[in-house]
Design a protein around this ligand. Sequence first.
Ligand code: FAD
Ligand code: SF4
Length: 329
Amino acid sequence: MMTLPKFQFLAPETLKEAVELLDKHSDEAKVIAGGTDLLVSMKQKLFTPNYLIGLDKLKELKSTEFSDSEGLKLGAAVTIAEITSNKKIQEKFPVLALAAGKVATVTLRNKGTIGGNVLLDTRCYYYNQSFFWRKSLGYCMKKDGTICHVAPGSSSCRAIISTDIVPALITLNATVTFLSNSGERTIPLDEFYNEDGMEWRRIQPNEILVSVNIPNSPKGFKATYHKLRRRETIDYPMLGVAVSYVENANGEMENPRIVMTAIQSSPMEVPEASKLLEGKKPTQELIAQASELAYKIAKPLDLTNAPPLYRKKMVRVFVKRALEELAGF
Ligand SMILES: Cc1cc2nc3c(=O)[nH]c(=O)nc-3n(C[C@H](O)[C@H](O)[C@H](O)COP(=O)(O)OP(=O)(O)OC[C@H]3O[C@@H](n4cnc5c(N)ncnc54)[C@H](O)[C@@H]3O)c2cc1C
Ligand code: SF4
């Protein structure tokens, strides 16, 4: 049986108190929201914090605020279940509700939060294992060891970003707001990640994610999310593709975006495909060309339970399907 390491649970009553606690203990503490990812990792001894700082009592982080000028401000501790079932989110940001509905299972969505999803650890077949399993293999660079079993010649970790919601949020131009003792900062979500499996997020140890902010979508905005997984439930993505564009009055595509998850350590965009599609009406030929461009740049490695070549081939299939769905083909 895998047991949790010992820790002290701190339950701040206010955001101010939470920030102070995190500042005081940042080297030895982790913030816990739903705990659906963190607690599993702690049982696997990937993290052994002395303190867990719970967000459950912080009402400020659980609010869902809509405004005509600002769009949607989602508190970081809003659950994924709330996002999937909120009628206004379904109506105004359907791609967000769609991607959220593909996360894990109902029970995990009931506890898991949007903040935890944005900050989700990168995953790898050789890392998300029990302590015993990892020890028998000599550990790896991301935790306790020095080598990479996936790319032995690599000097950096290639563990993959595995969140379903982030690609959809990027198509929606979301920003994220953090709070620490030094104040508040907001950055675009598409600038938040690094291409490094160990340092994939631009967050300081004393920062709390307080909100995910989504501007109102322009008229004609269309987006969808397609997910590849073994079973239609519980499984993390082996590939996720969010696609969006604004359809103008002439039926042409403006600001087309393709954002993929589970390919590399950060969300992967396909700028060449965006350039190709910009200002044109969708056709089967154009879609095939854009899908081919995505296929070419995607280079998944062997770190999920599906062969990398299969995942690469599915990039072409999924980008094509997603674009065809938006075009109504
Ligand atoms: C079996 C299983 C299947 C899963 N399948 C999927 C899937 O298909 N798709 C998917 O996207 N995810 C999946 N997950 C992962 C997880 O359930 C979700 O990503 C969920 O949204 C994580 O949210 P949480 O609140 O539980 O995060 P937690 O586990 O509480 O936290 C995750 C990380 O974020 C940090 N954190 C959380 N909130 C804050 C905050 N406000 N400020 C600072 N740091 C914070 C924590 O310190 C931790 O590092 C799965 C998990 C399991 C166990
Ligand atoms: S990619 Fe390499 S270093 Fe990173 S978690 Fe996997 S085996 Fe470890």
